[in-house]
Design a binder for this molecule. Structure first.
Ligand code: SAM
Length: 366
């Protein structure tokens, strides 16, 4: 293991088996060595600044019925909502006032003209009011034409997870409404439209193996992703996807460790990308989950800047934290906890991935 880790830290390409070995580490000292190596690589390539993206969950209306998701179309037990453009703008204003540098608009996946137009107008209004604010969209699979409209309106980045690069697993968790090859095409289209592209997976899905996760990381590398957002899969009481065995603290701890290992190995392999320490990670360990993610190689956090009113209706999974915390108290707690691990928040900068900047400068030098 020590030899594999040393070669990974030096930037050597590992075999799929070696990558899976690192992902599967369970022993405390071995995991610590993995996180420390990933942290050194993070310091070398992206430094110890944490970039913040103010998260605006603008709507839980969704046309899709993915098996894992709490806001899936078939869940009749939640109140559906959609923020108005003024409400979205108010949240963006808060992010700007807090110095967050960028926002993420995230919501259920819809391709109808009204929903597409709403995002387009919201992006345009945010860009006009706060030109320095980076804008990321996380609005699911769309056509190239829609991606181009949103890009023209002023959005800079797009997050679309592959969820799992195992075709069989992807098909199992998206039995209707989504086709593996179309998800791959959408990721290509995002690049064609000129976005900084982010992808990611859920970690610890029923039936997922370490070789599957190793293939996920190779996929991130092969599509030249700029940003990675991934977190543990968490059961949702109204969603059909469940494990065969009941949830236990031990199982949650194993899933948490697997998610940290994935962050660390992704940092070792991808080097200069942005990696999010996600809310799902924080859900499994509310006291220090996100901070441990940063120490394992992540460099981005997405604090919620939306109104508390709708948080309860945006429960993608059970146990989501900060349901009644307002944006201000989330910000104060975050500032403290980031300083507590010896890192600092980079305020008022868009936090563009180093990987993207390098690619653009290579291209302009050609
Ligand atoms: N509709 C957009 C999409 O599908 O990309 C954005 C919203 S979607 C709810 C955002 C992400 O939430 C998904 O990519 C998925 O990975 C994650 N998610 C949904 N249900 C989850 C669960 N039960 N556990 C962990 N993550 C989940």
């Amino acid at each position: 293991m020590t030899d594999i880790l040393a070669r990974a830290e030096a930037g050597e390409r590992l075999s799929p088996e070696e990558t899976a070995t690192l992902i599967s580490l369970e022993d405390g000292p071995a995991c610590r060595a993995l996180y420390e190596a990933a942290y050194r690589v993070k310091l070398r390539h992206v430094g110890n600044a944490v970039y913040l993206r103010g998260l605006i969950e603008y709507s839980n209306i969704c046309a899709k019925n993915y098996l894992y998701c709490g806001i899936r179309r078939g869940n009749g037990r939640i109140r559906r909502f959609e923020l108005t453009i003024d409400e979205i703008l108010a949240a963006a204003q808060l992010a700007s006032e807090y110095g967050y540098g960028s926002v993420v608009l995230q919501g259920g996946e819809r391709g109808d003209a009204r929903a597409v137009g709403l995002i387009e107008r919201a992006v345009g209004r945010i860009k006009a009011a706060f030109p320095a604010l980076g804008i990321t969209l996380s609005c699911g699979e769309q056509s190239l034409a829609v991606y181009e409209r949103w890009r023209r309106a002023g959005a800079d980045r797009y997050l679309l997870r592959i969820e799992s690069f195992s075709r069989a697993l992807f098909e199992r968790i998206h039995p209707a409404d989504s086709v593996f090859d179309e998800r791959l095409k959408a990721l290509k289209d995002l690049r064609t439209a000129g976005f900084q592209v982010g992808t990611g997976v859920m970690i610890g899905l029923p039936g997922q193996t370490p070789p599957d996760l190793a293939a996920d990381i190779a996929f991130f590398r092969d599509i030249d992703a700029d940003m990675i957002g991934m977190g543990p899969w968490l059961p949702q009481h109204d969603a059909p996807l469940h494990d065969d065995t009941p949830e236990t603290p031990d199982k949650a701890a194993r899933r948490f460790r697997l998610a940290l290992n994935m962050i660390a190995v992704t940092r070792l392999v991808l080097r200069d990308v942005n990696i999010a320490s996600t809310t799902a990670l924080q859900t499994l360990r509310p006291a220090d989950g996100r901070e441990l993610g940063l120490l394992a190689g992540a460099n981005v956090i997405m604090p919620n800047v939306g109104e508390v009113e709708h948080r309860g209706d945006y429960q993608l999974y059970d146990g989501k934290p900060d349901l009644d915390e307002n944006a201000r108290s989330i910000r104060i707690a975050l500032e403290r906890s980031v300083a507590g691990i010896g890192e600092h928040i980079a305020y008022n900068v868009p936090g563009t991935p180093r990987h993207y900047l390098e690619r653009i400068s290579r291209r302009s030098g050609e």
